[in-house]
Design a protein around this ligand. Sequence first.
Ligand code: ZN
Ligand code: ZN
Length: 468
Amino acid sequence: MIKHLTAALMAAAASQAFAQPAPAPLPAPIVVPSALASLRDDALNNDHYAWDIVEGLTTEIGPRLDGTEAEARARTWAVSRLTALGFKNVRIETFPLQVWTRGAESAEILAPFPQKLAVTALGNSASTGPQGVSGEIVAFDSVDALRAAPDSAVRGKIVFVDHHMAPTQDGSSYGPGGTPRRLGPTVASQKGALAIVVRSAGTDHHRNPHAGVQTFGNGATPIPAGALSIPDAEQLARILKRGQPVRLHLTLVSETHQGQSGNVIAELPGRDPKLAPVLVGGHLDSWDLGTGAIDDASGVAIATAAAKRIMDSGQPLRTIRIVWFGSEETGLWGGQDYRKRYGQQPHWALLESDFGADRIWRVTSKLGEQRRDEARMIGAALAPLGIVTGAFDKADGSDIEPLLDDGQPGVGLSQDGTRYFDYHHTPDDTLDKVDPVQLRQNVAAWTATLAVLAGPIERAPAARSRRR
Ligand code: ZN
Ligand code: ZN
């Protein structure tokens, strides 16, 4: 009986095996060349170019707000550094800019519990003048709640939007988390508000407000608009919960003038100048509260260090074009100017680093179906760095977004953003937040990616003889 059962079970198992579909054929094997692996590992263990740039730019220039004299000094600094590193065709391409700068700023609860709150003006905020404005607070937990409120509930008051943002590895909470900052001022103005303060778009609990841009849209009249630090937003929320009317005095002084910004461009010429270049970049400008170490001195440093490491190893087939974009923070102006000048030219790939300097955990690409093996080679080269291969139809980057939207190809190297919004746009965005070990992992990933995209690299005679 048992024998019969066993035989029957075996027969059933066999027929099931036959019923399974044949496994899909594996794609062609991808073998990472040893020269590529050693280029990557050398960057991981030894790179100093990126640190030298982050340290130099944040120390010798410091904050670099869009269109200011400091941003102009940063362009000059960039030209001399890129030239000294041996890049060619180093140049500044300027464009006009409406410049916004901040002056004195403070917030103070007048009643029921008088005390100061930590505040900073959002980009393009109207100025209160030095005397400031006073008004009653009307609070909402989202921009939608503000939109749904009758105008009469808002008119003549100071709006407070209290919306929480949680840390995420991929930074996805910044979309909804940044909505009060981006849209709140426009909606509040349209409803006749006197001014607006939002809970900062951040994930820390330091008493630092987070700056950031907002743009009055749909013909909305500019009103004073500020961000409270997260502990201060929580304090205000607790005071409001007590149920008494809360009066706030808000001083946000700012001014605007017509000025100039610019992109800094440099190249590592490829062996075939007729081929479409690979563009790598970050943005040179920063908010004015910190020294812009993670946003985005790190980005220009990582992109430039990777290109320099390729240069040190020989000459790639394709030109690598480095762009240190200007005035990203107040409206992606550098990216738009680049598109105006070069948007008609094909690029082999676009890459931008603008999410700090913590380790890269994922690579995505949008190179097209016929370049799948190139994308797989990048994934294989990055895997030993602990980087997973993500989607084959995704690339991003603030300043390269206009060209990506036009359908040009790109690669996205995603940094771990878990602590990025603790410091983003605050006085705490300083050099000590950059971890040199993770910075080198970034450079290693970028170097390997660039070597695949711009390669093959022909060793320079000097590099060859050094190797012997
Ligand atoms: Zn940035
Ligand atoms: Zn930024």
